[in-house]
Unconditional design. Structure first.
Length: 294
């Protein structure tokens, strides 16, 4: 299905905060935790219907295609699932509940990334069960919503999943795909990127030290240099990723079939982000206050 209008591009304002995680969720933005329901290859914009009561003349709508990205459909149920999974995105907790419009924007970006992954045929490593278990443990013990629900206990975890319409299998599938996206981003964008010693020193003196109050212990440069290097690398990857995704959206055929989802309000437009890359945390109160350390 060809689009009758050019695709929309989300305006980006990459955060340059010294302690912000440069690759926080976008796409969970994130691509915070990734949702990846199967989409129809030749979508029919007409909703699927079923009449459960033969005596009733009114059919019941089961699902419908709400957008098409390069001839690949996004279903209304995909948006619903994206919103339910957003409870597991720590970055999204500060921006309020995920709206259907923002969820669709994230799904469009993710569709474009998935298609490009298949086209480029970059071999990403399949995450191990140990990696998945480690991520699940982080969610259950560190995610604020999970801490409040006592997800560290089996009873609390099951109750939390049930309350948000999720299953363990669905969460694990989302985490598995998130790790594959991370692997793709690493292979696709970090090769050839370097950070000079001068850049690391400038970040330490100009961005890190000013965060500490007078008399507060400042960590020595040698201790935090590896983490600063990783932050700067991620920022450079972020710029490359933003440009790449913007080009995909400009060149792709994107059509939104549901008028209520077509144009988010300016306050709802969020930059699409790949999931945050894991990096060593800096051991300092200032970093913890600003979210630079886990």
């Amino acid at each position: 299905m060809s689009a009758t209008r050019p695709s929309r591009t989300i305006a980006r304002n990459p955060r340059n905060s010294a302690l912000a995680r440069p690759l926080s969720s976008l796409v969970c933005v994130a691509l915070t935790l990734c949702s990846f329901s199967a989409r129809a290859q030749s979508p029919d914009p007409k909703p699927q219907t079923l009449n459960p009561n033969p005596q009733s003349q009114a059919p019941q709508t089961l699902d419908r295609v709400v957008a098409v990205v390069n001839n690949q459909g996004i279903l209304f149920s995909d948006i619903d699932e994206e919103i339910r999974l957003s409870i597991l995105d720590p970055a999204g907790q500060n921006s309020g509940p995920l709206t259907p419009q923002r969820a669709l924007e994230q799904l469009i970006s993710r569709n474009l990334i998935e298609q490009q992954m298949r086209q480029e045929d970059i071999q990403t490593a399949e995450p191990t069960q140990a990696e998945l278990d480690a991520r699940l443990k982080e969610i259950r013990t560190e995610l604020p919503a999970c801490v409040h629900a006592n997800c560290a206990s089996e009873a609390g975890w099951k109750a939390f999943l049930a309350a948000h319409g999720l299953t363990l299998e669905r969460v694990e599938a989302s985490l598995r795909y998130r790790l594959q996206i991370l692997s793709f981003i690493e292979l696709r964008f970090r090769q050839g990127i370097s950070v000079s010693q001068e850049e690391i020193e400038a970040y330490y003196h100009d961005s890190l030290i000013p965060l500490y109050a007078k008399g507060e212990g400042i960590p020595p440069f040698e201790k935090v240099a590896p983490r600063i290097q990783e932050i700067l690398l991620q920022q450079k990857v972020n710029v490359l990723f933003d440009d790449w995704l913007r080009n995909l959206r400009t060149q792709g055929e994107i059509e939104v079939l549901d008028p209520s989802l077509e144009e988010p309000t300016p306050t709802e437009k969020q930059p699409s982000r790949p999931p945050a890359l894991d990096t060593p945390a800096l051991d300092s109160p200032a970093l913890n206050k600003q979210g630079g350390a886990r």
